[in-house]
Design a protein around this ligand. Structure first.
Ligand code: GDP
Ligand code: MG
Length: 442
């Protein structure tokens, strides 16, 4: 899946110290393959990949993030932007009733959506009326009636005298009915064919012309991939749509449809359906969809927090030292870095947000008390000692241990671990000192 592929790509980057042009090219290639496999429209893929490459090579080196995190962030930002950025909310009519028309192919999930939307609107304090303007199949009206009952919404369906057999008439009449019976939102469920055809389009056009919906929502099965784009284009051209609803996201939907539709049609995705139950439904959140496509768990939350918590300048200084310029990386820098990390929250939680880390035994064993002890030891040192652990002889170590209320061997262990970690990190040129040195037990 798209998620797996991207996750593998990012994982291979995670061990890198810094990004080379070759890394960026290789990553871009992987992202391209992943998107094409996910059935994303080719022109969307091309544009997307070239944006990623551009931004990755021009990226201001973030002090808080390592290269893999930087790429993830760039890809995520671009995904969110393609998916519409902000959530687009339903527009209500100034003068009720608000009219919502549902259009889309047969089986897309329109009737189900009418029920879900009805229940959701009820919850928001509205009084929705479901209108059966799909008279194509005999069961269609009955299906909507069941939905209305479950959603506790009103139903307007053909009966003798109100235009049996004519969906256009039914839709038109339903508006007056809503006004008289104080329904403030009208949801018109229309007919769909298995493929786009002119008769269906004509009917949808007529219904739209006569009822003047505030929102015409194109409902599409996220599982149909590439075809979703063509169908959406046909509906946009034939009827004119204001927004898109993705259904069946609970299935094996690969996210390709969402990306392509949003980009090619240029209409916002407004709602998402992810199951057959009335409650399997929500407002569409571009950022959540992006995380879903990336499959990165809470990685993004962690990245955001890291960016916030890290004082850029301080980290920059430490990184520079670590890379070999501007003096030796000392325990003072280590302490500062450690405090930056602790600002993000309890350590077990911070590390738990790393993908795959939540089930690592070591994570659950991170002991805040131990970290407190490390802090205490460093604080008991003089500035000169912090800057150069080389001067720590036996008597200095004994004094520090007393000051921190620990054993001398605790001081020794910290110093040894620090020196080891610094060596390791200098050879990897990593940007986040302190992290590997803090994880283990005693
Ligand atoms: P319509 O022809 O566009 O009105 O589509 P329906 O509302 O009748 O839905 C077609 C089928 O898809 C029905 O079996 C629904 O239960 C099912 N369905 C609709 N939405 C979803 C969804 O979000 N997830 C899943 N798994 N099934 C859905
Ligand atoms: Mg239907």
């Amino acid at each position: 899946t798209l998620q797996d592929r991207l996750a593998a790509t990012f994982k291979s980057l995670r061990s890198k110290g810094r990004l080379t042009d070759a890394d960026i090219d290789a990553t871009a290639r992987e992202i391209r393959i992943a998107l094409l496999e996910a059935d994303v429209n080719l022109s969307v893929v091309k544009e997307f990949v070239s944006r990623i490459k551009e931004r990755a090579s021009g990226a201001e080196l973030s002090r808080a993030l390592n290269p893999s995190q930087q790429i993830i962030k760039i890809v995520n930002d671009e995904l969110v932007s393609i998916l519409g950025g902000e959530t687009r909310l339903l527009r209500y009519a100034k003068q009720p009733p608000t009219i919502i028309m549902l259009a889309g192919l047969q089986g897309a999930g329109k009737t189900t959506l009418a029920g879900k939307l009805g229940a959701w609107l009820k919850e928001q304090g509205h009084s929705p009326l479901l209108v059966a303007a799909d008279l194509q199949r005999p069961q269609a009206v009955e299906q909507l009636r069941v939905m209305a009952e479950r959603a506790k919404a009103g139903i307007y369906a053909p009966q003798p005298g109100n235009g049996v057999g004519d969906p256009i008439q039914v839709a038109q009449n339903s508006i007056d009915y809503a006004k008289h019976h104080l329904f403030d939102v009208v949801i018109i469920d229309t007919a769909g064919r298995l493929g786009v055809d002119t008769e269906m389009m004509r009917q949808a056009q007529m219904i739209k012309a006569l009822t003047k919906p505030d929102e015409t929502l194109f409902v599409v099965d996220a599982m149909i991939g590439q075809d979703a784009v063509n169908t959406a284009l046909a509906f946009e051209q034939g009827v004119g749509i204001d927004g898109v609803v993705l259904t069946k996201l609970d299935g094996d939907a690969r996210g390709g449809a969402a990306l392509s539709i949003a980009r090619v049609i240029g209409k916002p995705i407004m709602f998402a359906s992810n199951g057959e139950k009335l409650t399997d439904f929500d407002i569409f959140h571009p950022d959540r969809m992006a995380s879903r496509i990336l499959g990165m768990g809470d990685m993004l939350t962690l990245i955001e927090q890291a960016e916030k918590a890290f004082d850029a300048e301080e980290s920059a200084k430490a990184a520079e030292k670590l890379m070999g310029g501007g003096g030796q990386f000392g325990l003072d820098d280590f302490l500062a870095q450690m405090q930056q990390i602790r600002k993000m929250g309890p350590l077990s939680k911070v590390f738990g947000m790393l993908p795959g880390a939540s089930n690592m035994k070591a994570i659950s064993e991170i002991d805040e008390k131990q970290v407190d002890r490390v802090e205490a030891i460093i604080r008991s040192m003089t500035p000169a000692e912090r800057a150069d652990v080389g001067i720590l002889n036996g008597s200095r170590r004994a004094r520090i241990a007393r000051g921190a209320g620990v054993e001398v061997r605790d001081v020794n262990e910290l110093v040894n671990r620090f020196v080891e970690a610094r060596k390791m990190m200098q050879s990897m040129g990593q940007m986040m000192p302190g992290m590997p040195g803090m994880g283990g037990g005693r």
